[in-house]
Design a protein around this ligand. Structure first.
Ligand SMILES: NC(=O)c1ccc[n+]([C@@H]2O[C@H](COP(=O)([O-])OP(=O)(O)OC[C@H]3O[C@@H](n4cnc5c(N)ncnc54)[C@H](O)[C@@H]3O)[C@@H](O)[C@H]2O)c1
Length: 353
């Protein structure tokens, strides 16, 4: 197929939507949840494939403004209903939860409608481009943390989660270094709708910095440049947290050698690092060189496990009636940091929070 794929999504032709995985169910949950997915582009297809591996999750409806894509997806995953108007999903009373995977500019409106239709919500990052809008949502829905989970999937990556769990081993953390570079820039259309590099891309790393430091920022400074697109596509961010930890984030919309994702934490008793994931772990030795495999191509492959783990966390929170592990509050705090980066870049100065 792939008729519904748009420019920028071509790489799915080579990595066809976890097709092998979708045919075998590998996870079970106690609760039967009926789910609908809104937005069937890159991340929508990844979530669908991941959701399909859960035995007790029934994907009941999908929606995309592209009729071909909606129809193809429903047929591919044997989903009973497909719509071009996402609001039709909210008319279906039997749907328990919605997965919002549409472009960023639609998130907030769709989240509000889903809340008013009494659904649980998983919404992709960022929740909105404007932190004031996120604050208003939090003010209107006081029980939001029990109803909305935001897709900061890297928290659920098994390696990053293990780092968080073993922080004590390195004593008091002092420096966090995060490298996150995409293999190629997104389309101009995607970039325009995304809210820019800080809200769209760095937001994952800003959340990771909060997650690992377990503190809030007091100073932010960002520098950036435009090397590949009309928008800032290369940036270095430095954050000083209230607990003294200093974090450096290195983002590029392009890394010619693949998807570069590294994390390093220095503590007063040692260091933990997560290195890049390669396609395989072979090394070829010769007289003149050592050769090993290239890196995982992109987020679909590198963070495959995290998308499964975040679904498990979503379901566990519902079953145990507890707050979701990445909430609207987390989205707000990451968004405030993204705003501070923008401001620092524009005004060429340190922003104090
Ligand atoms: N967590 C992650 O790893 C991750 C990765 C990629 C993207 N994202 C986020 O997911 C969101 C979508 O990104 P993408 O890369 O999948 O974009 P995309 O452009 O590939 O897909 C978006 C899809 O939504 C559809 N759409 C547009 N308006 C819609 C509407 N009103 N209702 C329903 N569908 C609509 C489009 O036709 C398209 O198929 C963005 O907010 C992005 O930040 C998260």
């Amino acid at each position: 197929m792939n008729a519904g794929l748009k420019p920028g999504q071509e790489h799915f032709r080579f990595f066809p939507l976890h097709k092998k995985d979708t045919n075998k169910t590998i996870h079970t949950v106690d609760t039967i949840l009926k789910i609908a997915v809104i937005g069937l582009g890159r991340i929508g297809q990844i979530h669908l494939a991941a959701l399909k591996t859960f035995k007790n999750i029934k994907i009941t409806a999908v929606s995309d403004i592209s009729p071909e894509l909606a129809k193809w997806t429903a047929a591919e995953y044997q989903i009973p209903h497909f719509y071009t108007n996402y609001q039709d999903i909210f008319q279906q009373k039997d749907i328990d939860a919605v997965w919002i995977c549409s472009p960023t500019s639609y998130h907030l409106a769709q989240v509000k409608e889903a809340l008013d239709s009494n659904k649980y919500i998983f919404c992709e990052k960022p929740l909105d481009k404007d932190s004031n809008n996120i604050q208003s949502l939090i003010d209107i829905y006081p029980d939001l943390n029990h109803r909305l989970m935001v897709g900061f999937n890297r928290r659920f990556d098994p390696d990053f989660a293990a780092v968080k769990a073993s922080l004590k081993k390195i004593g008091k953390p002092t420096i966090i270094k995060i490298t996150s570079r995409d293999p190629f820039p997104p389309t101009a259309e995607y970039t325009r709708a995304s809210g820019g590099i800080y809200n769209d891309m760095s937001i994952h790393d800003l959340d990771m910095a909060r997650f690992i430091s377990e503190s809030e920022a007091e100073q932010v400074i960002a520098v950036g440049s435009k090397n590949y697109t009309d928008d800032t596509d290369t940036t270095l961010i430095t954050i000083k947290f209230k607990n003294g930890i200093i974090c450096n984030i290195d983002n590029s919309r392009k890394a010619s050698y693949g998807y570069d994702q590294r994390l390093e934490i220095l503590g007063d008793k040692g260091m933990i690092s997560v290195e890049n994931k390669k396609i395989n772990h072979l090394t070829f030795y010769s007289e003149n060189s050592l050769e090993s495999s290239v890196l995982e191509p992109f987020f679909l492959e590198r963070y495959k496990d995290s998308y499964i783990e975040e679904i498990k966390a979503f379901i566990t929170s519902i079953q145990e009636k507890k707050e979701f592990p990445s909430t609207g509050e987390d989205a707000l705090k990451a968004s405030i940091l993204a705003d501070a980066c923008e401001k620092s870049l524009e005004q060429k100065k340190i922003i104090f929070l």
